[in-house]
Unconditional design. Structure first.
Length: 152
């Protein structure tokens, strides 16, 4: 959790708005923020006539970890949750940018097993579905996962 090392949220929003106003960046996003903080930043930007976040980058992939666990690669608020998905459904101007969607090669590399938090029957079913679709389409698990993420 950010304490003394993090700038206040309003300073972050103003700094990002300056980058957008200068034409340095076209849009801004945040990563590993809780939903309340994303909304607070967007409200601050709106109230000051500035550019707000239009994307959130979180860890998102096809299998889900066991309940009450989180992937070891994820920060405290870094996983896509039902709350994040609900927020995005109700804010169509926001995009989801996924990080580590291919689990660092774990879909296709036998030498990189899935972390323990993914070891449950739901993962086995999802991997079987990936294998079936990959076989039917003549591709591999990675491409199926990326197609799923992009909504194809």
């Amino acid at each position: 959790m950010c304490r003394s090392r993090c700038p206040p949220l309003d300073e972050t929003v103003v700094a990002f708005d300056e980058l957008v106003s200068a034409g340095t960046v076209g849009r801004i996003g945040c990563s590993n923020y809780p939903v309340w903080q994303i909304e607070r930043a967007r409200q601050f930007a709106r109230s000051h006539g500035g550019a707000g976040f239009t994307a959130v980058q979180q860890h998102h992939t096809y299998p889900q970890p066991r309940p009450a666990t989180r992937p070891t690669v994820v920060h405290r608020f870094g996983a896509v949750t039902d709350e994040v998905l609900h927020y995005l459904e109700h804010h169509p101007d926001m995009a989801l940018w996924a990080y580590t969607p291919l689990l660092s090669g774990r879909y296709t590399r036998a030498d990189k097993p899935l972390p323990a938090e993914y070891d449950h029957p739901g993962t086995a079913r999802r991997l079987a579905a990936l294998d079936k679709i990959a076989a039917e389409t003549g591709t591999n698990r990675n491409r199926v996962v990326l197609a799923w993420l992009t909504g194809w």
